[in-house]
Design a protein around this ligand. Structure first.
Ligand SMILES: NC(=O)c1ccc[n+]([C@@H]2O[C@H](COP(=O)([O-])OP(=O)(O)OC[C@H]3O[C@@H](n4cnc5c(N)ncnc54)[C@H](O)[C@@H]3O)[C@@H](O)[C@H]2O)c1
Length: 355
């Protein structure tokens, strides 16, 4: 992939375009949509909407939501659906989700359900949403603090990735997205892991190539198993414990970001893999040291062992009352549907807390 060219990945149901403003603009014009509705949050309204408005030659009807995971709820969806009605949206309109994973998951969900479904396009604006959430069709919202409990899997008509958007991202958000890039490398191949290890998100100026490689991992897995019957579960590595930590901390005044929780979840699930003698101590140390070099420690986030374990019991991957997780057998190789015990989670949390 050359830096100066726009490129794309052709999926079965949609296309992922990189740096293709012309393509986005012409597809909006050629679509002859009755309305172009752009969903933003209060940050992407100021940082990203002006860029989009300058680049595409079509009038936009804008719906603004409050930013943050705590607004990823059915109440916010109701607000979006009502605004769509007021704006006169119909099934011939198109929705552009311009934002991170929250706007993408929730805006896509609203579009997929409004009048039984409208066309929608993701324009992800965070590192996390570019490498992960905009690809693979998962849409939805949280319920009572439990992550992504309501939703569906439905692909957009296209995804447009513009790495320039991440220039305005706060550093914490950059690291949050980088956690999913770490995960993609750990579950897929050792050479990508070695490349990831050489990145310092704070000094990285050009992300295009690395975003592209990370998207390829997600694309290949989700194309092979779109409905998460098998191999797609590999993408949940770090997320059984990570989601539980994220959910447990959502009630705090300053909750962890998704990727910050996933970074801890990756360490813990490497440790559970080590406890089960699937993963070597040397590799556990390698992953742990790399994550600790980049991420602040959050021992306070894992203090509520019982609360975190209770959240893992609500994980969508569980079966028959048993907690199931994706684990790791080597760097670059993950194994799905592994039953894990509460005492193994507790030991992993204690390991992280003591680091
Ligand atoms: N659908 C999936 O497959 C999938 C995968 C992973 C994560 N997710 C979901 O994604 C969400 C996390 O996504 P996220 O990390 O993008 O969070 P987010 O959408 O909350 O965005 C993070 C923050 O960055 C701000 N922001 C966005 N773009 C910006 C920009 N260009 N400049 C400045 N600020 C900007 C947002 O307003 C927000 O405050 C979670 O809800 C998670 O469950 C979904």
């Amino acid at each position: 992939m050359s830096d100066n060219t726009s490129t794309h990945i052709e999926c079965k149901e949609y296309t992922i375009y990189f740096d293709s403003w012309d393509q986005l603009s012409s597809s909006i014009n050629e679509g002859k949509y009755s309305k172009v509705i752009c969903i933003v949050d209060d940050n992407t309204e100021s940082h990203c909407l002006p860029i989009l408005e300058q680049k595409i030659d079509a009038p936009l009807s804008v719906i603004i939501i409050k930013s943050g995971e705590k607004y990823k709820t059915i109440d916010t969806c109701t607000k979006i659906w009502k605004e769509m009605m007021l704006l006169g949206a119909d099934r011939h309109s198109v929705v552009i989700t311009l934002g991170g994973g929250v706007v993408g998951d929730m805006g896509g969900f609203c579009a997929a359900t409004f009048m039984r479904g409208m066309t929608f396009i993701h324009v992800p604006t965070t590192l996390l949403s570019q490498v992960d959430s905009a690809v693979g069709g998962k849409l939805g919202v949280d319920l009572d603090g439990y992550k992504n409990m309501i939703g569906l899997i439905l692909n957009p008509s296209a995804v447009y990735i513009f790495p320039e958007f991440i220039k305005s991202l706060p550093n914490r958000e950059l690291f949050s997205g980088f956690a999913e890039m770490i995960k993609h490398a750990l579950i897929s191949n050792v050479s990508l892991w070695n490349e990831i290890k050489s990145i310092n998100p704070l000094t990285q100026s050009d992300w295009k190539e690395d975003i592209y490689k990370s998207v390829l991992v997600k694309y290949k897995i989700t194309e092979e198993d779109p409905l998460e019957q098998s191999i797609r579960k590999k993408l949940n590595f770090g997320h059984t414990v990570g989601h539980a930590i994220e959910s447990e901390n959502l009630k705090n005044e300053f909750p962890l970001l998704h990727g910050e929780a996933i970074a801890i979840g990756i360490i813990c699930e490497c440790h559970i893999s080590f406890q089960k003698r699937l993963f070597s101590e040397e590799s556990l140390n390698e992953v742990t040291q790399f994550i600790l070099k980049l991420y602040d420690r959050h021992p306070e986030a894992v203090e509520e062992f019982d609360g975190i374990i209770s959240h893992t019991r609500h994980d969508k991957k569980n079966k028959g009352g048993n907690i199931r997780s994706t684990l790791i057998t080597d760097i670059g190789s993950a194994i799905i549907d592994q039953e894990i015990q509460e005492n193994e989670i507790k030991l992993a949390l204690e390991y992280y807390k003591a680091l």
